[in-house]
Design a protein around this ligand. Structure first.
Ligand SMILES: C[S@@+](CC[C@H](N)C(=O)[O-])C[C@H]1O[C@@H](n2cnc3c(N)ncnc32)[C@H](O)[C@@H]1O
Length: 289
């Protein structure tokens, strides 16, 4: 792959998925797209890029985009965002939405499902308080491959050992050989859909809580700014946005402001947009057990 071909690939990935491929990521291209060359019998990366350039290889284009996404995830990843969900967000919206009894949650880069299923298990723990409520949990990702795994809800020993409290494993998973399957009850709580964040997502409607973690890090500044602008529209005036541990809005957007009490938790910045300016309860985090 020469410099011109690398540039073709870079432009293709940026336009299709928002992925900002920097020159130091050449090694990643070679390791991720080598197997795609083999699968499509293309021999070399140069031939693969030539195919992309002619714009007629739909299946190849989709496979290249999916191969270049990083799908790393695990149950209750980083813990704090889930403690916040249990101890701050659920109590907040149980109170704030008591009249409508309606709660809408969006997991915007769900990968293989561990993040939305972690939220679903916490919702299940709160089932008594949520009796009579309509709770929607929508989980989206650009990659249909990871979504297939997410929908199946089947994980290996290593995956269930990463972050999942033993209590929740015993409660919601059944073991078949070296596979663990999450219960139908938890699976049915999550509505998985394919969605590209760099495209219009206004059709999803408005959410009370959005988890958009560890995906914006792969985008360049203008793309991040644009996604934040549209996330702000997709969030209720008093809604909450949760970002990944290494992500921030600082220097990128003024649509959100950090809730100083909780790492990774953001609310809408505009006081007018924030409407009734819900006073934020500040409980200490007891944590998921
Ligand atoms: C590193 S994983 C993060 C998963 C989960 N949110 C977490 O924090 O554990 C990033 C996910 O973002 C998805 N992704 C990448 N670009 C995307 C895009 N343009 N639209 C939607 N999802 C995208 C990838 O397919 C991948 O599954």
């Amino acid at each position: 792959m020469n410099d011109i071909e690398f540039e073709v690939l870079r432009n293709f990935l940026k336009a299709r998925s928002g992925l900002a491929l920097t020159p130091d990521k050449r090694y990643l291209v070679e390791s991720r797209l080598g197997p795609v060359c083999t699968r499509f019998k293309l021999g070399t990366l140069s031939r693969l890029i030539a195919e992309l350039k002619n714009g007629r290889a739909i299946e190849l284009e989709k496979t290249v985009v999916e191969a270049m996404t990083t799908n790393e995830t695990f149950f209750f990843r980083d813990k704090v965002p889930f403690d916040i969900f249990q101890d701050v967000l659920l109590p907040r919206y149980l109170k704030e939405r008591a009249s409508t009894k309606r709660l809408r949650i969006w997991c915007a880069a769900a990968s293989t499902g561990q993040e939305p299923y972690s939220l679903a298990m916490l919702l299940n723990d709160a089932a008594a308080k949520l009796a009579g409520w309509s709770v929607e949990l929508i989980a989206t990702d650009i990659s249909t491959e990871v979504l297939e795994k997410a929908k199946a809800g089947i994980y290996n020993q290593f995956e269930v050992q990463r972050g999942l409290p033993i209590r929740l494993m015993m409660k919601h998973f059944t073991n078949t050989g070296d596979q663990w399957r999450i219960s139908r009850e938890i699976r049915s709580m999550v509505d998985f859909r394919q969605l590209n964040l760099i495209q219009d997502f206004s059709r999803l409607g408005q959410f009370d809580i959005i988890y958009c973690r560890n995906v914006l890090i792969y985008f360049d500044l203008p793309t991040k700014t644009d996604v934040f602008r549209r996330l702000a529209k997709a969030l209720a005036p008093d809604g909450s946005l949760v970002l990944g541990a290494s992500e921030t809005v600082l220097g990128i957007t003024d649509a959100f402001t950090l809730d100083p009490a909780y790492r990774g938790l953001y609310v809408k910045a505009d006081p007018k947009a924030a409407g009734a300016q819900v006073p934020l309860a500040r409980p200490a985090l007891a944590g998921v057990r």
